[in-house]
Write a protein that binds this ligand. Sequence first.
Ligand SMILES: Nc1ncnc2c1ncn2[C@@H]1O[C@H](COP(=O)(O)OP(=O)(O)OP(=O)(O)O)[C@@H](O)[C@H]1O
Ligand SMILES: [Mg+2]
Length: 424
Amino acid sequence: MGRPARSARVAEPLFPIGRVVKKAERNEHQLKKTEPGTEWWRRSQDRLSLSFVPDKVLGRESEALQLKDTLEGILKADRGGAVYVSGLPGTGKTLTVKNALREVGYRSIWVNCASQGEPRAIYGTLCDRIKGSTTSESTEANLIATLSKKGKKTILVLDELDFLITRDLSLLYAVFELPKKCSEAIVLGIANSVDLPERLLPWLRACQSVPVVFPFRPYTSDAMEKIILQRIEKDVMDLPAIKLCAKKTAAVNGDVRLALDVCRAAIDSVKNKPSRPKTFIAEIVRIFESRGSVSGVRRIMENLPIQQQVMLCSFVRKLSDQKRKEATLGSVYDEYQPMSLRAGTSSLTFGEFSNICNSSLSQTGLVEVAEAKLVKRNPAGRSPRRQSSLTSPRTKLLRLCVAEADVRECFQARRLLRDLLPSA
Ligand SMILES: Nc1ncnc2c1ncn2[C@@H]1O[C@H](COP(=O)(O)OP(=O)(O)OP(=O)(O)O)[C@@H](O)[C@H]1O
Ligand SMILES: [Mg+2]
């Protein structure tokens, strides 16, 4: 069968194509219905798919560089080492680590912990992968012996590390302690649980085997926009619609998969229409609405540990008597203390509270901690004087990055938390 004549025209302006050129001259947004196969949307749809591997990891340049430097440093040292990459889903952890490893150019063993039948099987899987066999005994001693026998360093990448979480975290402690027991081991864990470092670090610090931690914050809307533009063929979707998609995704959860999925669905929804819309804004809005755009933020809030949910409720309570969306860490902590007692959760010290705000809560994108910048009147009461050198952690500003209404709505359904919220 001969090649369809339209194939030769694929390289022409993206739309319209083929035999509709004349029509195109009248209206460049016209698309002929009967042109399956070479349509304007097809190439972008392929690039928007999750299997597409971008040649550049946009928005994670510094993380990739630091990861590479850290790994190279560990490879040169005479001891093993551990690295911990954490962040919410779709924040480019796997992609960035793969990229950094390619740059390092050193052989690594990559295991997805989600595919282990049970957590402790990880030892056997790692031994098998190192030896190229399939029958290794799944014990820590066997893994150490296998690594030592190899006589050179091995980078063990444990993706989806969350699947190794046991009730007492003992397996995770053991995994991150490996480099201390065996200088050939370099452990690189990748996880979603944003509060895992806080749960692990005190113990690992006590054992002097602290991993280098790389927290991946959710993408900003600017980064998200660049990532979408990297995949969408020029002129397929208008820039305002792409910006809107990037902004909405960044506000929901910063998950690239959501942004790519919405763009794909938007293009899908018009591809068979007689004419392509001048702007995809309506499609983007409709698709976000149909998927319940608050659900991402909601899911994050619902999945927080109870301690952090109480912290958020206290924060919203603190904000309810003021117009601004920020308050000092100290004042939120003062609000939190009686709340934690009411909720029956163990009370955090100010240091712990501040640590959680700075790390896991910030990583979710729900809040942000900023240096305090107070504007005070000088004694004469005329020109304002800026004070920026306030160093006390209590004076740092905690900023709410989601709508107060979303927090209230999410926790209204939980009796324990509802009682902590301010009355609407
Ligand atoms: N910076 C980026 N540039 C281009 N594509 C990206 C970028 N970040 C993520 N992606 C794409 O988004 C998808 C998800 O990325 P990735 O798998 O790295 O996320 P993750 O943080 O590991 O998520 P999870 O926690 O669910 O495993 C992939 O298809 C990836 O190609
Ligand atoms: Mg991943």
